[in-house]
Design a protein. Structure first.
Ligand SMILES: *Cc1c(COP(=O)(O)O)cnc(C)c1O
Length: 394
């Protein structure tokens, strides 16, 4: 049992752990000692599920995609995280973490964001709970993701442009950690994916596990069997994927396929295929696979999708790939775009570019007609319309 969960030290195999500066030791320890008790507390669960249902709009539908099923020769279901409030799965996690922050007596929320999706989900719950919110965002991302910057500001968050490094997600995360070091006692850092020091990867996976909890009963209702043959999800840091597979990890009948961003091709020098290209290293408090050069300098990842270009990967996925519990496929920019247009035309659903990578993996997989396949559509495509319009096939 629990072969694929963290051990008592916060490791998946040799991935994970908490590599943090001395000054954060006490507050990370406090979080490690508190999170499970709170997450399993009945009154926390009641409040969390009430907000998931009435505020975020859960349960998200499990939709049988008939035309896509015909095309791929399987029974394909889409788990519709794109229909959540704020447009993606990220809200499942921010609702949970802000409830935890309040129970721990924290007064101030900080977050990092790349494309702005996690920043918006965090600013949203801070408005809801009337808590001050500071979001760190690379200056490059601030410039190219203006609509999300404006959303965060309208929601009352302070967006701080970060000018170090490449001015993207990695640099924003460094800056958020720096802020946390200055205010360890009153500030709660809401991390947006299954990354960061223990307990974040496990905590975020648990808060997203509502996805597979719902898939179970929804499949039982629709198929008369509560497990699929295959699960498919995209991985940036790995939170929607972790949520999708969580309750099926120990069930080896269920095959898991993860799609990472190949960018312009894994060997092109412009890629974010961390599991394929990464070597072991430490980033943002965890030991994991990391895109780095021969000297251990972090290499800048590239993907058409802002939510997938992170140089690291959640330690759970580094581990699942290593022990071959999950198969990892790299899906390139052009393959993701094609898949996004295909879903749009076959089912009338415009997916986020990140989710389009999971859809792009279908072409590389093998199915028999009776196979039940569940693919998580992590978010909707509104934020990606500029990119889609520029590449619209004539
Ligand atoms: C942020 C984001 C992702 C990538 O994050 P994970 O933690 O890997 O899930 C994927 N899809 C969408 C729509 C996102 O906003």
């Amino acid at each position: 049992m629990n072969k694929y969960q963290i051990n008592e030290k916060g490791y998946y195999g040799h991935f994970g752990g908490a590599y943090i500066p001395e000054i954060l030791y006490r507050c990370v320890k406090e979080l490690q000692d508190t999170y499970l008790t709170v997450l399993e507390d009945e009154s926390f669960k009641r409040e969390y599920h009430r907000l998931l249902n009435d505020y975020a709009g859960r349960p998200s539908p499990l939709y049988f995609a008939r035309r896509m099923s015909d095309k791929y020769g399987c029974r394909l279901y889409l788990k519709r995280e794109d229909l959540n409030h704020t447009g993606a799965h990220k809200i499942n996690n921010t609702i949970g973490q802000i409830l935890l922050a309040r129970r721990m007596g924290k007064k101030r929320i900080i977050a990092e964001t790349g494309a702005g999706q996690h920043g918006v989900a965090t600013a949203t719950v801070c408005a809801l709970m009337d808590m001050p919110c500071v979001v760190y965002m690379g200056k490059t991302d601030v410039e190219r993701q203006q609509p999300n910057v404006q959303r965060m500001q309208m929601l009352g968050a302070e967006v701080v442009p970060v000018t170090s490094g490449n001015m993207t997600l990695k640099d924003a995360t460094n800056e958020a950690i720096r802020d946390w070091c200055c205010h360890p006692s009153d500030t709660f850092y809401i991390i947006g994916s299954t990354v960061g020091p223990h307990p974040y990867p496990d905590m975020v996976a648990r808060l997203q596990s509502v996805i597979s909890e719902e898939i179970k009963w929804q499949l039982a209702e629709k198929e008369g069997c509560d497990y699929p043959d295959q699960l498919v999800a995209c991985v940036g840091g790995g939170s929607n994927a972790a949520g999708t597979i969580y309750h099926y990890l120990e069930d080896e009948r269920v095959k898991i396929t993860l799609a990472e961003a190949g960018g312009k091709g894994v060997d092109s020098g412009m890629s974010a295929a961390t599991i394929r290209l990464g070597r072991e290293g430490i980033i943002h408090g965890a030991r994991t696979l990391l895109m780095q050069d021969a000297d251990g300098q972090i290499e800048e990842p590239y993907s058409i999708s802002a939510g997938l270009d992170y140089p690291g990967i959640g330690p759970i996925h580094a581990y699942l790939a290593e022990v071959k519990r999950a198969e990892v496929l790299a899906v390139n920019d052009d393959e993701a775009l094609e898949a996004a247009f295909e879903l749009t035309r076959l089912e009338g659903i415009i997916p986020a570019l990140e989710s389009a990578h999971a859809l792009g993996a279908l072409k590389k997989m093998h199915f028999s007609p009776s196979d039940v396949v569940v693919l998580t559509v992590s978010g909707r495509g509104d934020k990606d319309m500029d990119t889609y319009i520029k590449t619209f096939p004539k």
